[in-house]
Design a protein around this ligand. Structure first.
Ligand SMILES: C[S@@+](CC[C@H](N)C(=O)[O-])C[C@H]1O[C@@H](n2cnc3c(N)ncnc32)[C@H](O)[C@@H]1O
Length: 185
């Protein structure tokens, strides 16, 4: 068991996480052609479940077997895989939708772009650095996107939505960057 797995298993054992899908996923997933979807760092599978119910065949990848437990028996269109994304490369042109919510691995950026099939959609939302003294954020700066970083990382795609802002559903000054982009054929 590696450090990430130990840390996250502990969290999933001791804390309740929302089971509601992220708003950006419910808002934009319908733009993707139906087919195979990849949920990177799927956690308790809140987004994976939504996508499979919306008609996608979903690979839900996460290092925490405890987080993924909630997806056991979720049906033939939902494939939970316990895997360390530090050691995983996405197969090229495989997915019509890739979702990455509240997880940051810069190493994955090129694989995400290659992993999209032509016409495929990327939905990416994660923590953003902030100067606000009271903002909720991961303690390690490595897990924070810099301003404009997400925008620049995915410029080869056609970016149809981008924002850097506080999450309107929270009251702790939590900042996030959000991007939706299409891989043009
Ligand atoms: C903040 S949670 C977000 C979960 C989910 N995307 C969501 O929106 O609910 C971050 C997730 O990243 C996963 N994670 C952290 N490091 C990882 C790694 N190296 N490989 C795979 N998953 C990892 C954790 O287990 C955790 O489920």
């Amino acid at each position: 068991m590696n450090q990430d797995q130990r840390r996250w298993n502990e969290r999933y054992r001791n804390k309740r996480f929302s089971t509601e899908p992220a708003e950006i996923v419910t808002r934009f997933a319908g733009m993707a052609p139906k087919g195979r979807a990849l949920d990177l760092a799927a956690g308790n599978g809140r987004n994976s479940r939504f996508l499979s119910e919306a008609g996608f065949v979903v690979d839900a990848l996460d290092v925490s077997d405890i987080g993924l437990r909630t997806l056991a028996g979720a049906g033939p269109n939902l494939n939970p895989v316990c895997i360390d994304l530090d050691r995983f490369d996405i197969p090229a042109r495989r997915y019509s939708l890739i979702v990455n919510i509240r997880f940051l691995s810069r190493r994955m950026f090129p694989y995400i772009q290659e992993g999209l099939a032509p016409g495929g959609i990327l939905i990416f939302q994660s923590y953003l650095e902030t100067d606000h003294p009271d903002a909720a954020a991961p303690s390690c700066r490595d897990y924070l996107l810099r301003k404009n970083e997400l925008l620049h990382a995915f410029l080869p795609l056609w970016i149809i939505f981008y924002s850097e802002a506080e999450d309107p559903n929270r009251n702790d000054h939590y900042q996030q960057a959000s991007l939706v982009a299409v891989k043009t054929p």
